[in-house]
Write a protein that binds this ligand. Structure first.
Ligand code: AHG
Ligand code: MN
Ligand code: MN
Length: 337
């Protein structure tokens, strides 16, 4: 063969590590595991595939645009927000392993009333993250966090008003130029890409470890005028040395930050006094993943996983990213205190 051609290994990739296979393998390593988390993750995985397929068709089957309603947070609800919420709610209930569901789109937490269908897990989720990007085809996602209830017979608000240290798993799925599930069950972070030909998530990013420092900062600088002194100081400083990237879908901005390093922030400011991002289904799951990948998550003055929300839709300012970058940000908060 002419040396202009590279010989391709035929038969490569016949032993695929699917997400399901990986989750079952984790279960086998934990002798006390009952298989319940495996079933819950199977439901989430199904929800993500279902939403991924709808996102792809959205422009063709009248799924773009607004419903005309607003959610409890006063935000306009898009058709895909509602569809994704229904998909995840149904899948999670059907798994029989959920006890409480907390969704961005539902004002109240939902307790599974049927004891036959009630499991021990709390799932907090943002069914469709990056809603403002839906109609122009920019990457969007789903974010989820998983906790355990203290007492399956008596689930209460106390189960929800806890720090992020109680998370037992978290992840997100990005519906982008490829569809990727990023997951941690507390022993590192792995990435699985959806192979549409076989309908399975395949491990493509094993053991993601963030670089200690990056070259990108990611923040909505349109809000600069509202920033406090510490955020202004940090942004003024970081833009002297880094490139800027800001998608405006947290999932996509975090995905880039996980893979390339750098820092993403949505700080509390004079317009959004408690920040914009919601603690239970945006801040906690992403902080957990970033920490599991060796990065850091901070409000500026406190580790993000130590926040205790006041209510289920409570918000917090947040900075996430490479350890040294987030420490530089924290130094600005100290200097401005
Ligand atoms: P959601 O679409 O679930 O309401 O979340 C939107 C969030 C998040 O994805 C993103 O980081 C942030 O809003 C972007 O906000 P701005 O448009 O204010 O920059
Ligand atoms: Mn969101
Ligand atoms: Mn959302």
């Amino acid at each position: 063969m002419s040396n202009e051609f590279e010989s391709v290994q035929v038969g490569h990739g016949e032993d695929l590590m699917t997400l399901t296979r990986w989750v079952i393998a984790q279960q086998q390593h934990a002798p006390e595991a009952t298989g319940d988390l495996t079933l819950l993750l199977t439901a989430i995985q199904f929800g993500c595939k279902f939403v991924a397929s709808k996102v792809k068709q959205a422009g063709l089957i009248n799924l773009l645009g607004l419903t005309g309603a607003a959610n409890v947070q006063g935000e306009d609800v898009k058709k895909l927000d509602v569809l994704a919420n229904d998909i995840f709610r149904n899948a999670l209930i059907a798994s029989g392993k959920a006890c409480i569901l907390v969704s961005e789109e539902d004002e109240k937490a939902m307790v599974i009333q049927d004891h036959g269908q009630r499991g021990k897990y709390i799932v907090t989720f943002d069914p469709l993250d990056g809603s403002s990007n839906i109609d122009c085809g920019v990457s969007i996602g789903t974010i989820f966090g998983i906790f355990k209830v203290e007492d399956t017979e008596n689930p209460s608000m106390k189960d929800l008003i806890r720090s992020g240290r109680h998370l037992i798993a978290a992840g997100y799925c990005m519906y982008g130029s490829y569809c990727e599930m990023i997951l941690s069950v507390g022993n590192g972070v792995n990435g699985f890409t959806l192979d549409p030909a076989i309908g399975e998530f395949i491990m493509t990013h094993p053991n993601i470890v963030m670089p200690p420092r990056g070259k990108i900062y990611s923040v909505n600088e349109g809000n600069y005028k509202y920033f406090n002194e510490a955020s202004k100081k940090y942004v003024d400083q970081v833009k002297q040395k880094y490139s800027a990237r800001y998608v405006g879908s947290m999932v996509s901005d975090i995905h880039r930050t996980l893979l390339y390093g750098g820092i993403f922030g949505y700080p509390a400011d004079s317009k959004s006094k408690k920040g914009k991002l919601r603690i239970l289904y945006e801040v906690f799951p992403m902080a957990y993943l970033i920490e599991q990948a060796g990065g850091k998550a901070s409000t500026g003055t406190q580790n993000a996983l130590d926040i205790i929300p006041e209510h289920i839709h409570d918000r917090s300012g947040i900075w996430l990213g490479s350890k040294e970058d987030v420490e530089e940000l924290e130094a600005c908060y100290k200097a401005c205190a």
